[in-house]
Ligand binder design. Structure first.
Ligand SMILES: Nc1ncnc2c1ncn2[C@@H]1O[C@H](COP(=O)(O)OP(=O)(O)OP(=O)(O)O)[C@@H](O)[C@H]1O
Ligand SMILES: [Mg+2]
Length: 406
């Protein structure tokens, strides 16, 4: 199967909790009544309202939302821990709702690994037995499952702890065992519900890094749930934002940051360090090239309104920077020689680099040279652009009528 193909899809899924899920509550939810009002009028709780998304082969798809927004309910429809009230859930061409009994068990066991917030490990058993537990249930013999468990443990960096009891491990290590257990039977799909949410921030980031590095090696299809937008944007190829049971927006990190669907998303986005996800390429400008043989006045004219320009060697590599502020003060002092004003202490970055790696450089107030892998100048980043980009989302929020959206 090619990348880009939908492996998991929810198609217009409704989930109503209560004694009569397909009754009045469902009619109300379908006609767009908010879940709070559905509850008041029918005593039923709306878990999901018309939720559709698909997770493509090889991607990390993150469902993000506040507590109670329906994230766990959504992921639980994928392995049929929940029935749906209406709509369809497809996994690799299988209609999940139609599975029962041993077919359902087999489907859960073979197609997917699950990792939850609370690791659900056996505290007195050792790490290798916990990791291979799923294979044991499947009746795989001990030697084979220990081999598989050791492979999985090496993916999460825990081979050395194979024989320790899990209660002897830290929270982060226990969650690694949880991940190794999910990877042990080598499923195509990983379902992860708030898997890192109980970990402290530093360990959490390490786990995110590890998951991304494992993913770049194994290319699983991962449905990842979190209530933390930073985490969602950091690890998600695409992110789906849920609110009160319905989908507000689905998009890449950059789309969500730069084009939040409504003020609710924009409000979230405000708390995010955008610089981590926006790359230099999307905001760099064509550079101003300064001829090092020109006079100071000619050089200033060639900047065309930019804050600076670069002199390049024959290969097109930047060697010095003319900064407008330097040039203006030199002119004011009567200097006309360009060479006196050129500086070589400018910063370089690449088009693929993320914004945040340039904050410090931008803080110096000088234009930054964007170079390709051979060092040739391909663009320019002005500190002002960085600041403007960072301010964009705030303006977006101000542009919305909060009364309507919040
Ligand atoms: N078994 C259940 N019975 C009744 N209502 C339920 C049940 N499970 C979930 N709900 C309700 O469905 C809605 C969505 O819950 P869900 O657990 O999916 O939220 P969540 O986004 O995972 O929240 P959290 O971040 O707190 O885990 C909530 O209003 C919740 O009260
Ligand atoms: Mg949940």
């Amino acid at each position: 199967m090619a990348d880009g193909e939908a492996i998991i899809s929810l198609e217009s899924v409704f989930k109503i909790f209560g004694p009569n899920p397909r009754g009045r509550a469902f009619d109300l939810a379908k006609s767009g009544v908010h879940k709070d009002d559905v509850q008041k009028q029918s005593g039923h709780v709306v878990g999901l309202t018309d939720v559709s998304f698909s997770v493509n082969k090889g991607e990390i798809f993150v469902v993000m939302g506040l507590s109670g927004s329906g994230k766990s309910t959504a992921i639980r429809t994928v392995n049929k821990l929940h029935d749906v009230t209406s709509g369809k859930v497809m996994v690799e061409g299988t209609d999940v709702q139609e599975l029962t009994g041993s077919a359902l068990q087999e489907f859960r066991r073979e197609k997917m690994g699950m990792v939850f917030q609370h690791f659900a490990l056996f505290p007195h058993r050792n790490v290798i037995d916990n990791t291979g537990y799923g294979l044991k249930v499947q009746g795989v013999d001990k030697r084979q499952r220990n081999e598989a468990a050791m492979r999985a443990l090496s993916l999460v960096g825990l081979e050395a702890y194979a024989l320790n009891a899990t209660r002897e491990l830290s929270g982060g290590m226990q969650q690694r065992v949880g991940l190794a257990r999910a990877l042990c039977s080598d499923p195509d799909i990983l379902l992860m519900d708030e898997a890192f949410s109980a970990l402290d921030p530093l360990i959490r980031r390490q786990m995110q890094d590890e998951l991304m590095s494992i993913q770049s090696e194994l290319h699983k299809t991962i449905l990842f749930i979190t209530h933390d937008l930073n985490e969602a944007l950091r690890i998600g190829d695409r992110v789906c934002i849920l609110r009160d049971g319905y989908v507000v927006q689905i998009g890449t990190a950059e789309e969500i940051l730069t084009q939040p669907a409504d003020a609710y998303v924009a409000e979230f986005v405000q708390d995010v360090d955008q610089g981590r996800v926006i790359d230099v390429e999307s905001v760099m400008e064509a550079p101003a090239i300064v001829d090092s043989n020109s006079t100071l006045v000619e050089a200033i004219n060639s900047l065309g309104g930019r804050q600076g320009g670069f002199c390049c060697d024959q290969d097109g590599k930047p060697v010095s920077l003319l900064h407008l502020a330097d040039a203006s003060s030199a002119l004011a002092q009567g200097s006309t020689d360009l060479k006196d004003v050129l500086r070589t202490d400018f910063e370089r970055t690449t088009a693929e680099a993320t914004f945040n790696t340039n904050y410090a450089a931008a803080g110096r107030g000088l234009p930054i040279a964007v170079v390709d892998e051979t060092g040739r100048l391909i663009g320019e980043l002005e500190p002002r652009e960085i600041m403007e980009e960072m301010g964009r989302v705030e303006q977006l929020i101000d542009g919305f009528d909060r009364e309507v959206f919040l």
